[in-house]
Ligand binder design. Structure first.
Ligand SMILES: Nc1ncnc2c1ncn2[C@@H]1O[C@H](COP(=O)(O)OP(=O)(O)O)[C@@H](O)[C@H]1O
Ligand SMILES: CCCC(=O)OP(=O)(O)O
Length: 353
C-alpha cells in the first residue's frame, strides 16, 4: 500500500511517503517567522502549504499514486482517539475552529490531494484534541472556564508506546510524564494508557515555547485587552504565533537561538534557561497526579534535538523519575501506521460528527 503523510506544524511542514511501513521519502521544511508573517492568520496558509506538498512530490519525481492520503488532525473539538475518514463537516469545523493552528489545514490538504487520485482514501488520526482528561484535572479557578486539552497526542502516544516496548512493558501498565517540545510545548500525565492531564498548548496554558506565550497573568491580559492598544487578533497572536522565544528573541528557530547563545548572547542564554525552567515546572507539577509514583519522564519533539536544552531539563526533573529523550517526532510513522491499519481493515476509520 502506498501512503502519503502530510503534517502541517506551526513552524514546519513535514511530508513523507510510505510503501506499507517502509518510508520511501521524507522532508521537514522549516518556516521562519518572516515567511509566515506574510499570511496574517495561520488558516490563510492553506494554498501555500498544499502547493508545497505537491511541489515537493513533483520535484522528487513522486507520482500522485497513493492508496491513502493521511493528514495530521486538527483541533476543532474534543474527539475520541483513533482514525477518521475526512468529511466536509471536519474540514468546515477545522477551518472555523476556535483555536487557529496549521494542523487545522491537514484535513483539507489531505482531502484535496486525495481527490486528485481515483480511489484514494482521505484520513486523519489522533488529532491534538483527543480528550482523556480526568475530572479532577478539568477543574479550574472559574466554573465557566473548565480546563481543556490541546496537545501532541499523536507523537506523545507513539513515543510512550515505543518506550514501553523498549522496556519490555506495556504502555497501558505505566505512569508516564511525556513532554513534546516543538513549535508548541505539551506536557501530559499518561496514567496506564490515558492522558489524564495535559496543558492546552494553543490557548496560552503551560510553559512558553518557540512561538507561544504559555500561561500569563490573567488580570494583566484583561488590562492589556482593554488598553485600546491592541486588536483582538493582535492579542491572540501575542499568545500563539508571536509569543515565547519569538517575543523575546524574534525567531522561532531554536537552532538560531542556540547559535546566539554559543556566540555569547547573555539575553538569549537567560531566555533559554527560562524556557527550560518553565517546562521543568510543568513536568514536575504532573508528579502530583501520580503522588510521585512516576515510572519515567519522556522528552521528545524538534527542540529535543538540542542536547544542551535536554541536559538542562534533565538536571531539573530527573530527581522525580528516570529521564529518557526521543528527539524529533514519530508523527509521520504513526500516521502511516494508522493509515495502513485502516486500509487493511485492522482499524476503523471513524465518522467525524
Ligand atoms: N537540532 C536542533 N537543535 C535545536 N532545535 C531544533 C533542532 N532541530 C529542530 N529544532 C527546533 O524544533 C522546533 C520545531 O520542532 P517540531 O517538533 O518540528 O515543531 P513543529 O511541528 O511545531 O513545527 C523549531 O524551533 C526548530 O528550531
Ligand atoms: C496544536 C497543538 C500541538 C502543537 O502545538 O503543535 P506544533 O508544535 O506543531 O505547533
Amino acid at each position: 500500500m502506498k501512503i502519503l503523510v502530510i503534517n502541517p506544524g506551526s513552524t514546519s511542514t513535514k511530508i513523507a511517503t510510505f510503501d506499507d511501513n517502509t518510508p520511501t521519502f521524507s522532508t521537514n521544511i522549516h518556516h521562519s517567522n518572516s515567511e509566515l508573517a506574510a499570511f496574517g492568520d495561520v488558516h490563510e496558509q492553506y494554498d501555500f502549504r498544499k502547493e508545497l506538498v505537491l511541489n515537493e512530490l513533483s520535484a522528487h519525481n513522486i507520482p500522485l499514486n497513493f492508496d491513502a492520503v493521511i493528514g495530521r488532525g486538527g483541533i476543532a473539538k474534543p474527539v475520541p482517539g483513533g482514525a477518521y475518514e475526512i468529511n466536509d463537516l471536519m474540514i468546515h469545523d477545522n477551518l472555523n475552529a476556535k483555536y487557529h493552528h496549521a494542523c487545522n489545514l491537514g484535513c483539507k490538504i489531505a482531502s484535496d490531494i486525495a481527490k486528485l487520485i481515483p480511489g484514494s482514501r482521505a484520513l486523519v488520526a489522533e488529532p491534538g484534541v483527543v480528550d482523556e482528561m480526568a475530572p479532577v484535572a478539568r477543574i479550574s479557578g472559574r466554573p465557566e472556564m473548565p480546563r481543556s486539552c490541546v496537545w501532541h497526542a499523536l507523537n506523545q502516544r507513539a513515543v510512550a508506546k515505543h518506550f514501553a516496548q523498549e522496556q519490555g512493558m506495556r504502555y497501558e501498565d505505566l505512569n508516564l510524564i511525556v513532554c513534546h517540545m516543538g513549535g508548541g510545548v505539551s506536557v501530559a500525565a499518561h496514567d496506564h494508557g490515558k492522558a489524564v492531564d495535559v496543558n492546552n498548548a494553543i490557548s496560552g496554558e503551560g510553559p512558553f515555547s518557540t512561538e507561544r506565550s504559555g500561561s500569563l497573568p490573567s488580570s494583566d491580559m484583561v488590562h492589556l485587552s482593554f488598553s485600546g492598544k491592541y486588536t483582538k487578533e493582535q492579542l491572540l497572536r501575542m499568545i500563539t504565533g508571536k509569543g515565547g522565544i519569538t517575543a523575546h528573541l524574534g525567531t522561532n528557530d531554536m537552532r538560531e537561538v542556540m547559535d546566539r547563545v554559543h556566540a555569547g548572547d547573555q539575553q538569549a542564554k537567560l531566555v533559554v534557561e527560562g524556557m527550560v525552567y518553565n517546562i521543568a515546572k510543568w513536568i514536575c507539577s504532573l508528579g502530583a497526579y501520580f503522588c510521585g509514583n512516576v515510572d519515567a519522564i519522556l522528552v521528545t519533539g524538534g527542540v529535543a534535538h538540542c542536547a544542551e536544552i535536554v541536559s538542562m531539563l534533565r538536571q531539573r526533573v530527573e530527581f522525580m523519575a528516570p529521564f529518557h529523550c526521543f528527539p524529533g517526532e514519530n508523527e509521520m510513522g504513526a500516521l502511516a501506521e494508522d493509515a495502513l491499519a485502516v486500509l487493511h481493515g485492522e482499524m476503523n476509520a471513524q465518522e467525524y460528527k
